[in-house]
Write a protein of this length. Structure first.
Length: 393
């Protein structure tokens, strides 16, 4: 029913993924394919476009607050898609997940406090910590046999530091693609609960999980975990709405919510983008079929990539992608430095990826590939990669 195959141009309209190429490389970058920034090369579900047009046609764009129908849409989505019955009074608004975890760090720490992250991880995590006067503590993921696991022994040691106030957690994990199991989540939760460490769980990719894996919202595991966590969500990844700036931060603990809201207010936050409310409501009420078809298409892209790499580039190891539309590639067997690998991809393969080293030192030698694009674009990019790598081995 929906079209995910048509390629359309996003150049010269301010799209970060595309126009940053021109800024970096000028006209020499016209043929480069970006599979980097985590937005999608698909047009938004037409139901959402219709809702936005309706708001635009009303021709009054004044101050806007969430309606009851907005809250009902968010509540309904969480119950239908994630088996989580939330309440209106648990929902705080933010312009995005990144602003939300920045606000949360300010709300629940003092300068000099420490925040744990698990690298390689989404690079704005580290920036949010240092930009708000705190110290990064890395509970590095264990990479063994092509799989990533949590180093629980190390986590137990690090939460003993009285300056550690927060675990900034990522599930599904960006960039390694893990969807943490209930057993893993329970162990994380117990360790943090015992030490009095707050869990801020970035679950923005929670609508992208491949079979047979299952996502479990951290707060649903126990009442104690619910009371010791903030769950960061957004329709932006799911429905390609990042530019509309809409995030729903779900905080069941009223005391924690009051602290977050107070910190949000101190930034001058008042409301979402006028169009964001309509887009989120339409996405959650009318976008489910579009999403289901998208998930099938993405699974096809993932299977294509895995088959291609196994046949054409066995030197590059594909890390099992359980969730997100981002694939983590281990390129260390190529024996290249970070700069050499980046140069190979940009100058020879003519593709922009997110370089592994930006996710932390343990990401060196990796590349992150965004597969949320028409199949033909992915095929072209992978063939470019194959030709570039074969030219040096």
């Amino acid at each position: 029913m929906y079209d995910f195959n048509t390629i359309f141009s996003r150049r010269n309209v301010g799209a970060a993924k595309w126009d940053s190429i021109t800024q970096e490389m000028g006209v020499a970058g016209e043929d480069i394919i970006p599979l980097s920034v985590a937005d999608m090369e698909f047009k938004v579900a037409p139901e959402i476009v219709t809702a936005i047009k309706k708001v635009a046609d009303f021709a009054a764009y004044g101050y806007t607050i969430p309606t009851e129908s907005y809250y009902e849409a968010v509540i309904g989505w969480m119950e239908r898609r994630h088996n989580w019955k939330i309440k209106k009074e648990w929902i705080s608004l933010s312009t995005g997940v990144v602003p939300a975890f920045n606000t949360a760090i300010r709300a629940f720490t003092h300068p000099g406090d420490k925040v744990i992250i698990q690298q390689p991880v989404y690079y704005p995590f580290g920036k949010a910590i240092t930009n708000n006067g705190c110290q990064v503590v890395n509970n590095a993921l264990i990479y063994k046999g092509g799989n990533y696991t949590i180093d629980f022994d190390d986590l137990e040691e690090k939460v003993k530091d009285p300056l550690v106030k927060i675990l900034l957690f990522c599930n599904p994990h960006n960039p390694v693609g893990r969807v943490w199991t209930e057993e893993e989540l329970n162990r994380v939760g117990e360790i943090c609960l015992k030490a009095g460490v707050l869990v801020i769980s970035d679950e923005i990719h929670f609508d992208f999980v491949f079979k047979p894996y299952k996502h479990k919202v951290f707060a649903t595991l126990s009442q104690e975990f619910q009371d010791n966590s903030l769950i960061l969500t957004a329709p932006s990844k799911t429905f390609n709405l990042a530019g509309l700036q809409c995030s729903n931060v779900i905080i069941p603990n009223s005391k924690l919510k009051a602290q977050f809201d107070n910190a949000n207010e101190r930034t001058g936050f008042f409301s979402l983008n006028h169009f964001a409310y309509a887009a989120c409501e339409a996405a959650y009420n009318e976008g489910e079929l579009w999403l289901d078809e998208l998930l099938e298409y993405l699974e096809g892209n993932l299977n294509y990539l895995k088959s291609f790499m196994a046949k054409e580039l066995p030197q590059v190891k594909v890390i099992e992608t359980e969730g997100t539309y981002l694939v983590w590639l281990d390129c260390k067997a190529l024996g290249l430095t970070n700069s050499e690998l980046e140069k190979l991809m940009k100058e020879k393969a003519r593709i922009f990826l997110d370089e592994g080293y930006i996710f932390g030192a343990s990401g060196a030698g990796f590349e992150r590939v965004n597969i949320a694009c028409p199949r033909a674009m992915l095929e072209k990019a992978l063939n470019n990669m194959k030709n570039a790598i074969k030219s040096i081995i």
